[in-house]
Design a protein around this ligand. Structure first.
Ligand code: HEC
Ligand code: HEC
Ligand code: HEC
Ligand code: HEC
Ligand code: HEC
Length: 216
């Protein structure tokens, strides 16, 4: 009499497949789930008090980033637009639109609008917009195709590894200074090479990955 009956094989195969299957599930859980968009909030557009569209205002109307994010060239923070900035136009156009009611309320009550933040770093990380702008790193390198976004979504994880990968080799991410604010810029054959721009902007990568650069 055989020790294992004819069904034993089938039983063993199912058990093995089950073990293999759970190993795969486990690996997915360890490696893939933590970096999926849902957890990193990448591609996530939070609800805003007013459904503001960069697509309409930047690509449609051609308004420069600095008109609304007034301190991006001069300080660590880009700055969020005051209600008065919106009202330079919206006291004339779309004046009764329901969508803009929070804007009118904010102006009447003299209280700023609280936009929900899309990007944010922990307190222990030091970041400065102005240095990146001055060295030819365009807004879209970090904020994605914002000129095409009807609602602003998060284009990058802001993980340390992401900062470091550029700090180790910034050359491919650089552009001419007059293109930094261009939401639709792309490299053309006549664009100076990354290495040329590195030299022109005096960028040295030697200390850029030191812990003290971002953790001070
Ligand atoms: C007409 C005003 C206006 C212009 C022009 C404008 N923005 Fe904005 N931007 C806003 C407002 C209002 C918000 C907040 C609502 C939102 O997140 O969409 C915002 C939010 C953002 C955010 C998300 C900030 C955060 O962490 O919550 C980024 C990044 C940004 N803008 C980049 C840009 C860039 C790059 C340009 C130029 C290509 C630009 N903006 C042009 C008004 C403007
Ligand atoms: C330079 C003028 C100008 C400024 C500044 C401006 N807007 Fe607008 N906005 C417009 C125009 C023009 C339209 C109509 C666009 C269309 O219908 O194509 C519009 C449309 C809108 C709409 C309707 C939905 C849409 O996107 O079509 C909202 C909401 C809005 N603006 C919010 C804001 C807020 C909030 C600010 C300030 C952060 C602001 N706008 C600043 C000119 C401006
Ligand atoms: C090197 C990457 C990088 C570039 C280039 C960059 N940003 Fe940012 N931006 C960030 C990070 C990181 C944050 C979150 C900062 C924080 O939480 O302290 C941010 C936040 C913002 C915010 C929210 C307000 C604030 O200052 O925290 C706005 C608005 C913004 N960026 C606009 C812009 C505009 C406009 C440009 C181009 C002129 C630009 N950014 C270029 C990385 C970048
Ligand atoms: C796409 C490229 C790119 C990304 C992404 C990037 N940086 Fe930078 N960063 C640069 C360049 C280029 C410089 C200028 C280096 C120089 O002046 O030689 C710089 C400079 C800096 C400086 C100033 C260094 C100094 O010596 O004063 C700080 C701080 C900094 N980055 C922080 C960050 C942080 C934090 C992140 C991620 C949230 C980040 N950067 C993401 C390209 C990048
Ligand atoms: C170019 C900027 C940059 C440099 C250089 C840098 N960091 Fe960070 N670091 C970050 C950012 C951004 C975060 C927050 C996002 C994250 O947790 O990945 C962070 C987070 C951390 C954390 C918290 C991690 C966690 O999981 O909570 C530690 C610890 C840390 N860094 C240590 C270091 C050390 C040690 C060095 C030097 C070898 C270093 N960092 C260099 C940008 C930087």
């Amino acid at each position: 009499m055989a020790i294992f009956g004819p069904r034993a094989n089938l039983f063993m195969n199912v058990a093995l497949a089950g073990a293999g299957g759970s190993a795969i599930v486990l690996l997915l859980a360890i490696w893939v789930v933590p970096v999926m968009g849902y957890n990193t909030q990448q591609r996530f557009a939070p609800q805003q008090p007013i459904p503001f569209s960069h697509k309409h205002h930047v690509s449609g109307l051609g308004i420069d980033c600095r008109y609304c994010h007034t301190t991006v060239e001069t300080s660590a923070n880009a700055g969020m637009p005051s209600t008065a900035i919106c009202m330079t136009c919206h006291s004339q156009i779309w004046t009764n639109a329901a969508m803009l009611a929070p804007d009118r309320k904010s102006l009447a009550e003299n209280k700023p609008i609280h936009w929900t933040r899309v990007y944010g770093l922990p307190d222990y990380v030091f970041f400065d917009h102005s240095i990146h702008i001055a060295k030819g790193v365009g807004c879209t390198e970090c904020h994605g195709p914002i000129g095409d976004m009807a609602l602003t979504w998060k284009a990058q994880t802001l993980y340390m590894s992401w900062c470091l990968s550029c700090h180790r080799d910034p050359a491919p991410h650089l552009r001419p200074l007059d293109q930094v604010f261009n939401a639709h810029w792309h490299r053309t054959p006549s664009t100076p090479s990354g290495q040329t721009l590195m030299a022109e902007y005096h960028i040295h990568t030697r200390d850029l990955s030191d812990c003290g650069t971002c953790h001070r």
